[in-house]
Design a protein around this ligand. Structure first.
Ligand code: CA
Length: 233
């Protein structure tokens, strides 16, 4: 018998929990929790490999769950949030959530997000390869050579650092603050213009059509996502 990955769905809305279960149960074993307290219990006893998390729960805020789980280790968490509240989403991502989907969501999109989150974790756990490949792009992390198809792409050191930071975190939403802090350092978290400028110049070098980027996707008001899946286009 095939052993399925266990997904813990933390959702107090019965109808949504039902839709999620129906959408996922062919591929995964789905466990549902309707409260934070029950979720902590099931998290410990079932050891799920991924968590879908609602934020508004009867006994507290889903963000508490992110904090608690991040203290325990590295389990993928996708926030399934009722409305697009950018501040709330940024808070969740900064606490360590991996991704978010806003309701109403498309089942196909949710399934794609789950698959790419799993892939990212698998890649993370395999021994570090020198070369990262994403669609037609490849980056050699030792020689710092960047190629698109067979063409060499010349980058400035900052463009390279930015590309490297994003490409080793494929399909993950990276907030403006996280990128600024990583590339420019503490104290630069609010220098949005730096980031915009470098994203634009990097796009000019790696994207075929900068008006419809397929690598560096803008997550409006939140940050950027480096896309490595053909399926999300
Ligand atoms: Ca809720």
């Amino acid at each position: 018998m095939e052993i399925k990955e266990i997904i813990l769905v933390i959702e107090d809305d019965k109808a949504i929990a039902k839709i999620l279960t129906a959408a996922l149960e062919d591929s995964y074993k789905v466990i549902v929790s309707k409260s934070l307290e029950d979720a902590y219990r099931k998290f410990t006893s079932f050891n799920p490999s991924l968590i879908l998390l609602d934020l508004g729960l009867p006994d507290g805020d889903g963000k508490e769950f992110i904090k608690r789980v991040r203290e325990l280790g590295d389990k993928p968490i996708i926030v399934v949030s009722a409305r697009f509240d950018e501040k709330e989403i940024v808070n969740c991502l900064d606490l360590g959530a991996d991704d978010y989907v806003t309701k109403p969501f498309s089942i196909k999109q949710l399934q794609a997000r789950i698959r790419s989150t799993y892939r990212r974790y698998e890649r993370h756990m395999s021994p570090l390869d020198n070369r990262v490949v994403c669609q037609e792009l490849s980056v050699d992390l030792v020689s710092r050579v960047v190629m698109k198809n067979e063409t060499l792409i010349k980058l400035t050191p900052t463009e390279y650092n930015l590309l490297k930071f994003m490409i080793v975190r494929p399909n993950k939403v990276l907030t403006h603050q996280v990128i600024l802090k990583e590339i420019w350092g503490v104290g630069y978290q609010n220098e949005m213009q730096y980031l915009r400028t470098y994203i634009n110049s990097l796009r000019k070098k790696i994207e075929t059509d900068t008006t419809r980027p397929k690598y560096i996707i803008t997550e409006s008001s939140i940050g950027y996502r480096f896309c490595c899946n053909e399926e999300e286009h």
